[in-house]
Design a protein around this ligand. Sequence first.
Ligand code: ATP
Ligand code: MG
Length: 259
Amino acid sequence: MNKRLELPKTKDELYDLSKSFNSTFNRLEKSFNNHRNFVSTISHEFRTPLSILITELELAKELNKTIDDYKISIDNALEDANRASELSSALLDFARASYDISQINLKTIRVDEVLADAKLNVINKNGQYRVAIQYDNDVTSESSFFDMEGNPYLLQVAFVNLIENACKYSRDNTCNVKISNDDKTIQLHFSDNGAGIDSEDIPHIFDLFFRGKNKKSEKGNGVGLSIVHQIITIHNGKIDVKSKLGKGSVFLVSLPLEI
Ligand SMILES: Nc1ncnc2c1ncn2[C@@H]1O[C@H](COP(=O)(O)OP(=O)(O)OP(=O)(O)O)[C@@H](O)[C@H]1O
Ligand SMILES: [Mg+2]
């Protein structure tokens, strides 16, 4: 994979052909290395929850005596298995979001509806979470202002992750979402009055498996924001963050009406 053609001295057709052949191989090698790194990071991340689960079951088999002991072990094992399953679906989302946009089903969608579905999804999963959606413009219900070409499944995954983070990292478990538009883009602001993000962590929060100093006892794998970034990028959108430690964070998403 690392071998390349030696370029001929004269800049003739053969020179052009060899050059384009080498550049194709450069791209292939890069993609191959990315793939290899991705697979090895993922197997590493999976080993942790699975080895905790195995140890839990082995200890239960050796030490448990009463039915109550077994009940506790089963509860713990279930929690570990659920964590592994959550990690696996998050990584599946990441893989889906890593496709080329040309391989993804696109249709005309209403972003405000996808957002409302994301809110329901979050609240159904966690009854303590609060989500308030505010429309910035005078919008009537049959408005087509929030129509765009996109993939509703992926955009919902992105919104769910941003809402869950806002709720998870704030004491009032509340996310405020503002949705507005102009003639070229739809903008969404996901804000919270929570822990905020350390300025040293900000450049890394979209990296796969990165978790910030504020993670404390909150559960997570550091996968959510890298999925969000990937999804917004394949929709040709932008995502930015403003945050103050102890005060809260705002994630600003801007999506073009046409990709
Ligand atoms: N709204 C927020 N408030 C404070 N910190 C945040 C917020 N959103 C993200 N972060 C920080 O960015 C890090 C990366 O976020 P990301 O969503 O990728 O991972 P996670 O929430 O820790 O885990 P996962 O999403 O896999 O469950 C978090 O660990 C946290 O430190
Ligand atoms: Mg998250």
